[in-house]
Structure formats: C-alpha cells, structure tokens
Design a protein around this ligand. Structure first.
Ligand SMILES: C[S@@+](CC[C@H](N)C(=O)[O-])C[C@H]1O[C@@H](n2cnc3c(N)ncnc32)[C@H](O)[C@@H]1O
Length: 335
C-alpha cells in the first residue's frame, strides 16, 4: 500500500516539471503516459482496498461484518476529545471534553443553554439529559442539522431541544435578541467563526445579565512559538488555517484572547490551557487505532477516508508533541 502511495505521490510531483520543462509533442506524450500511470496506480490502490475482506478461495471471508455493524452509530461526536484517562473510546473522550467545559462553567440544572456549533447533536443530548437543561442548538451545516433533528425527533428529548440551521456569524438572523440564555457553549468550533471576536461580542446580547456564562473549548497559538516562528513556518500555518477554514485573525495567544474578552466586558474570565498530549495526542492515537481496525477487518472505507484518517492522525500527532497550538477551555461571565 505504502509503496503504491509513494509512487503515486512521486508521479504527481513530476507533472509540474513536465509542464514547465517540455513542450509540443513530447509534453503531450509525457503527460499522457503520466495520466495512464496514475490511473493504474489508483486502480491498484482501490482494488487492494476491496480485496481485504475476503482471502482468495474463501467462501465467506469477513463480509458478514456488514451485517453486524451497528448503523446508525449510537453517537456521532466529532470534537477533539479530552483523553486524560486511560482506555477512553472516541465518544467517551468527546463527552469528557463537554463535561470539562461544563465543570469550569459550573452549569446548574434546570437552566437554558445555547449550544453553538453542535455537530450532530451529541453535546445537546448530553446537556439536556445529564444537566437537565433546555437546549437550543445552532449549526451551519445542513447535513448535520438534518441528522441531529432526526435523532432527536424520535426521543423524549424533542420537547427539551430545539435545533436551528444557521451560522454563528449571524446569530441575530436566527435568534431573536429577546431570547436570553443562562449559558452559551461552543465546543471545538469557535476558531472557525468569522470572526470569533464578533461572535463573542454578539453572544453578550443573548446572555442573562449578571452571571450569564459562556464556555468554550477552543484553540490558541503558543506565545513562544509565535515569537520564534520563521516566515516559512507562518506561511505553512496560514495554509493549514485556510484549508481548515480557520480565519487567521482567530489565531491569538491565550493572553491576547483573555485581553479581548476583558475589553468586550466579560468578567470572571478563566483560561485553562490543557495538556496538548491529552487532546491532540489522544486524538491522533485514536485515529491511528481506528485506521488499523478498519484495515484489520477490511471495512470498505474509501481510499480518501483512509488517507483522511492517516493524515489527520499524523497532523494531530505533530500538534500533540510540538509547542504550536494550545488547547484551551475558556469561561467568561456577563456583568
Ligand atoms: C469539530 S465540530 C464540533 C462539533 C460538536 N460541538 C461536538 O462536540 O461534537 C465543529 C462544528 O462547528 C460547526 N461550525 C463551524 N463553523 C460554524 C459557524 N460559523 N456557525 C455554526 N456552526 C459552525 C461545524 O458545522 C461543526 O458542527
């Protein structure tokens, strides 16, 4: 698999050289043979993926795995998780992160909460079931909103949870300014908002005066790294931010983040930096384990998803060991 992948990457890298250094018929022939080569390697890669479920001459192989997979999954979490205990599963680590934020916010039962960037609704379910909160959730992705609405409509939580399809960037388009919440949470999402600073300012409108609390799991840039970063490293970081829809203006140090919250009028601010190994490191290992399980059982995951799992595991592995990003829990209260 790795040999084919390296040859594939090698092939793709040569294309710009051919385009720049040759012309006319030679260029056409070389590009044509290249396209042929790439197609063959892709075919081999995809075919390899499909043959893992059944060994040669086996009648049953592992196809029955499909009959036994529990679908839809019981949870659809996708935050980075908090991996501060041994042997956590991905859903447990994700839920653990929500509890960690709720603990810092000191969430009291029978209150109201706005969950911004709720994913497929798991955090809304936890907040409604385990904290007895009345939850309003908002997310900008229609597919997630549909799945979450579907999940919740068939449970007893349907009267306790309201889900809105809309963006944190224009909350006032979706939520009336007369709606007031005891809490606003945003788990692993605010770094995407355009910008996070406008969101935090707007959020004040929806928080109950004197004690309405916002709580986030969010990302900051390491202050030492920022001091020493070379222009090439910074350009690379900008590239990653662009690819992952993170406005570069959102990437500030913990100290700068706190200062901005103070300037906006938040009180009793807490900025708790988490151990990056307990966030990025745990996530990286979990993706790697999932990749190995997929390969072991020959689950028909597409090549692009396999590359996604391995690639994400690699990147989060780097974030887990390099002092670049700081995972933080943020809390602030409205005066
Ligand atoms: C990493 S996921 C976290 C999901 C969820 N909070 C969880 O814990 O499983 C980030 C979520 O933020 C949402 N998101 C990103 N930008 C948003 C925006 N501008 N407005 C609302 N939601 C947004 C994404 O659609 C996605 O659901």
């Amino acid at each position: 698999m790795y040999t084919e992948l390296s040859i594939f990457i090698g092939y793709v890298c040569i294309i710009p050289v051919i385009s720049i250094c040759t012309n006319g018929l030679i260029k056409d022939i070389l590009l044509y043979s290249h396209a042929l080569g790439i197609s063959c390697i892709l075919y081999l890669l995809i075919n390899q993926v499909n043959t893992t479920t059944t060994e040669k001459n086996e009648l049953y192989g592992l196809r029955h795995l499909l009959f036994n997979l529990r679908l839809p999954p019981t949870t659809l979490w996708f935050n980075m998780g908090l991996w501060d205990k041994p042997d956590l599963t991905f859903p447990q680590a994700c839920e653990n992160l929500v509890h960690a934020v709720a603990k810092v916010m000191d969430i009291k039962p029978v209150s109201t909460v706005l969950d911004v960037g709720f994913g497929c609704g798991d955090s809304c379910i936890v907040l409604a079931e385990q904290y007895t909160l009345k939850v309003t959730g908002i997310t900008n992705e229609l597919s997630q909103w549909r799945i979450a609405s579907d999940r919740i409509s068939s449970t007893k939580l349907k009267d306790q949870i309201t889900l809105i399809h809309g963006s944190a960037d224009d909350l006032n388009q979706h939520i009336s300014s007369t709606e007031i919440y005891d809490y606003i949470v945003s788990i692993d999402s605010a770094y995407h908002y355009n910008t996070r600073w406008d969101f935090l300012k707007n959020a004040l409108t929806y928080l109950k005066p004197k004690g309405g609390t916002i709580g986030l799991y969010d990302l900051c840039i390491d202050s030492e790294f920022l001091k020493e970063v070379s222009s090439m490293q910074y350009s690379f970081l900008k590239l990653i931010c662009k690819a992952s829809h993170i406005p570069i203006r959102n990437l500030v140090t913990v100290e700068e983040y706190q200062k901005r919250l103070v300037d906006m009028g938040y009180e009793k601010i807490e900025m708790i930096s988490l151990d990056r190994a307990h966030v990025f490191g745990g996530l990286s290992e979990s993706f790697n384990d999932q990749y190995n399980t997929v390969m072991k059982y020959g689950i028909g995951v597409s090549l692009s998803n396999k590359i996604f799992l391995k690639g994400s595991s690699f990147i989060f592995g780097l974030f887990g060991t390099k002092p670049w990003l700081v995972p933080v829990i943020v809390k602030g209260e409205k005066a």
